[in-house]
Ligand binder design. Structure first.
Ligand SMILES: NC(=O)c1ccc[n+]([C@@H]2O[C@H](COP(=O)([O-])OP(=O)(O)OC[C@H]3O[C@@H](n4cnc5c(N)ncnc54)[C@H](OP(=O)(O)O)[C@@H]3O)[C@@H](O)[C@H]2O)c1
Length: 290
């Protein structure tokens, strides 16, 4: 297998394990990170562990849409096509709300809007693949999230955990919407699906302050041996990136056992999906076609 695969947030956790497994299978891997030294170390480690020399890195801060644009430009300058984009980078942030340089609530930007921009900017390269695939990472928290459709910039949500859950629900809705748009445009060689990795022992949530209970969950439970290993969290990504079984499926939601399951429907309706898409698209519009 020699697919060209770009994985965001692959310097740690599930992204790094996904990169390891896909590199072992002989694919060409581009690791994205935001810390150059960490990215360099990850590339060296993965090359050593897999004997695969085709591993490189690109740097971008996904809190900046300008930086996402540079990431796409750098990729496009080196590769004529892209087989798989895994929008893996993501985080739960502090209860204290913060905004990025683009004036967007930081969780929304990192988990929802930057992945959308990257996908759109790299779409021409995905379309140049015989079988282009986008994989977006959601979370079990999406299932219990209660979106506030009149507060998409999350101005009035004072919990980092609540913002995180909503953002991961929005990842599902945007994925469904993008799949429909691709179909409507007659683009049959690019699919987009959602992966939900389960609860995995990584550095996720270690730097955030989310109040006593959530801090306990992230800093104690998530680091315990009760949680799945990162390799288990990577399994659905690897499956969606490589399996022939999923060819032709788009806009679908897959759990940590590589099973297609029903996406949460509680707050779903087409108006909400379109409202979210338009909100996100307006944010990324100035960064398209430059
Ligand atoms: N762990 C779980 O139980 C779990 C459950 C459900 C869903 N998920 C989802 O799975 C994905 C991976 O999570 P993980 O557990 O592997 O987390 P992790 O160990 O914290 O790794 C996150 C990765 O994203 C990168 N990243 C974070 N913020 C970034 C930014 N602003 N710009 C660029 N890169 C950034 C990190 O870079 P640095 O190394 O520089 O920090 C790291 O490489 C996330 O989308 C998460 O929401 C995780």
């Amino acid at each position: 297998m020699n697919k060209i695969i770009l994985i965001t947030g692959a310097t740690d956790g599930i992204g790094k394990e996904t990169a390891l497994e896909l590199a072992r299978m002989g694919n060409q891997i581009i690791i994205h990170g935001r810390n150059e030294q960490k990215a360099r170390n990850t590339v060296a480690e993965l090359k050593k562990r897999t004997n695969n020399p085709q591993i490189s890195y690109l740097i971008a801060d996904l809190f900046s849409l300008q930086s996402v644009m540079k990431l796409a430009d750098l990729f496009k300058a080196s590769f004529d096509h892209l087989d798989v984009l895994i929008n893996n980078a993501g985080a739960v942030l502090d209860d204290n709300r913060s905004q990025t340089e683009n004036g967007i609530e930081a969780t929304m930007q990192l988990n929802v809007i930057s992945p959308l921009l990257l996908s759109e900017l790299l779409m021409p390269r995905l379309r140049s693949s015989n079988d282009g695939r986008i994989i977006n990472m959601s979370s079990g928290t999406a299932i219990i999230a209660k979106p506030r459709m009149n507060d998409l910039n999350m101005d009035r949500i004072n919990s980092g955990q609540t913002r995180y859950g909503i953002s991961k629900l929005f990842v599902i809705w945007n994925t469904q919407h993008m799949a429909k748009r691709l179909k409507d445009e007659g683009i049959n060689n690019v699919s987009v699906n959602v992966s939900h990795p389960g609860s995995v022992a990584t550095n996720f949530g270690q730097d955030s302050n989310n109040g006593f209970i959530n801090n306990l969950i992230y800093k104690v439970a998530l680091k315990s041996h009760l949680m799945a290993a990162p390799s288990s969290g990577a399994a659905t990504n690897v499956y969606l990136a490589t399996s022939n079984d999923v060819k032709g499926f788009s806009g679908k939601f897959f759990n940590n056992k590589c099973k297609m399951i029903k996406a949460p429907t509680r707050y779903y309706n087409i108006e909400n999906e379109e409202k979210l898409w338009n909100y996100c698209f307006n944010k990324i519009k100035p960064f398209l076609n430059r």
